[in-house]
Design a protein around this ligand. Structure first.
Ligand SMILES: [Zn+2]
Length: 356
């Protein structure tokens, strides 16, 4: 099974699709692009899921939809790439294969290694088929409500995200993620369906994928507009590789950072100024950096360090907080955005809603 080459599978017969997502993945010959002809085959749109092998909501939705045998409104390109990471024992527990780069950090040069070559081939296929848009479906590792992430703020990106959720982060951080290839004439959105053990995330993916595949148009907001909750300019708490991180309910003297277990409950809740977030060891400050899009360390703007304790220095939204040490230790503990998130009705003639 060549891990770095995408197999194209056209119009699979519903009866040939295995009964479970796991058996279905074993049927595939590694990373796969499934093409299903639409009622209007002159147009196509693209969907990607399982870029991370432990995030299954999108895969389950696509698997169920393929077995159902419904024809999409326009032709579907469906990328299912991290098949070997998903099937690596223990099943569905690896974000990427041990020792490999995160595939969703490889969509920019240099396209090194297996994940890099896979990313490059994906970009070539997107260039070849020229879909109208792309959604990339993920799960978070901690308890998060669903949200979308985009790199452009415009009605087309908002309409795509609104197929799944009204909560939207507009990021200017660049990491080499698939959504960063977005252009005004080719909108790409990341959909985070919710936690990877949350049945509600699976249901959200099924409903959103159904809308994405059945609608004639998915890039237009309704004439009356849509109520969206928008968050701008997130920052990323990055940890040096040698950082010792612990999850516990009292400070661990051997740890650089001790994260209380309840922290992930703050995901998308309001964290008020002065809220205690976590404990720091003596070397912690030199091992962490709150990175903004320009690469600057903006930690003092967002957090107050008082002795061994770190507090929010302003009202914040935290997201992507996880209690999974494997994920958190990879390099990023959490994201934060200033609580300037605002509700807007976007559409023809956008207008701000009063605060409430
Ligand atoms: Zn992911």
């Amino acid at each position: 099974m060549p891990d770095d080459s995408i197999t194209i599978l056209r119009d699979p017969a519903p009866a040939d699709i295995a009964r479970t997502p796991q058996e279905f993945l074993r049927q595939l010959d590694g990373p796969t692009l499934i093409i299903v002809q639409g009622r209007d085959p002159s147009r196509c749109r693209a969907l990607s899921t399982l870029l991370h092998g432990n995030e299954l909501s999108g895969l389950k939705a696509v698997h169920g939809w393929l077995r159902n045998g419904e024809q999409p409104a326009i032709t579907l390109l469906c990328f299912i790439l991290s098949v070997s990471a998903a099937l690596e024992p223990p099943l569905f527990s690896w974000r990427q294969l041990p020792g490999e780069r995160d595939l969703n950090r490889c969509f920019r040069p240099p396209f090194d290694g297996k994940p890099g070559r896979l990313a490059e081939q994906t970009l070539t296929l997107l260039d070849k088929y020229r879909p109208e848009c792309l959604i990339d479906i993920h799960n978070t590792s901690g308890m998060n409500p669903p949200f979308g992430v985009v790199t452009h703020e415009d009605p087309a990106h908002e309409a795509l995200v609104a197929l799944f959720t009204r909560r939207l982060i507009i990021t200017d951080i660049r990491l080499g993620a698939l959504m960063e290839i977005s252009r005004l004439d080719f909108p790409v959105a990341t959909i985070e369906c919710g936690g990877n053990r949350d049945p509600a995330a699976d249901r959200l993916a099924v409903e959103g994928v159904w809308r994405f595949l059945q609608a004639e148009q998915v890039l237009q907001l309704p004439p009356a507009g849509l109520h969206m909750d928008l968050y701008h300019h997130p920052v990323r708490l990055e940890l040096a590789p040698e950082t010792k991180l612990t999850f516990a309910d009292e400070p661990d003297p051997a740890a650089d950072i001790t994260v209380p277990r309840h922290l992930e409950r703050y995901n998308f809740g309001l964290v008020d100024s002065g809220t205690f977030l976590f404990w720091l060891g003596p070397r912690a400050r030199s091992r962490m950096c709150l990175r903004d899009a320009a690469g600057a360390d903006v930690l003092p703007q967002f957090f107050d360090v008082q002795g061994q304790r770190l507090y929010a220095a302003q009202p914040l939204k935290l997201f992507m907080v996880t209690d999974n040490p494997l994920i958190a230790c990879s390099d990023c503990l959490l994201y934060a955005a200033p609580e300037t998130g605002h509700s807007v009705i976007n559409g023809p003639g956008p207008s701000e809603l009063p605060d409430n």
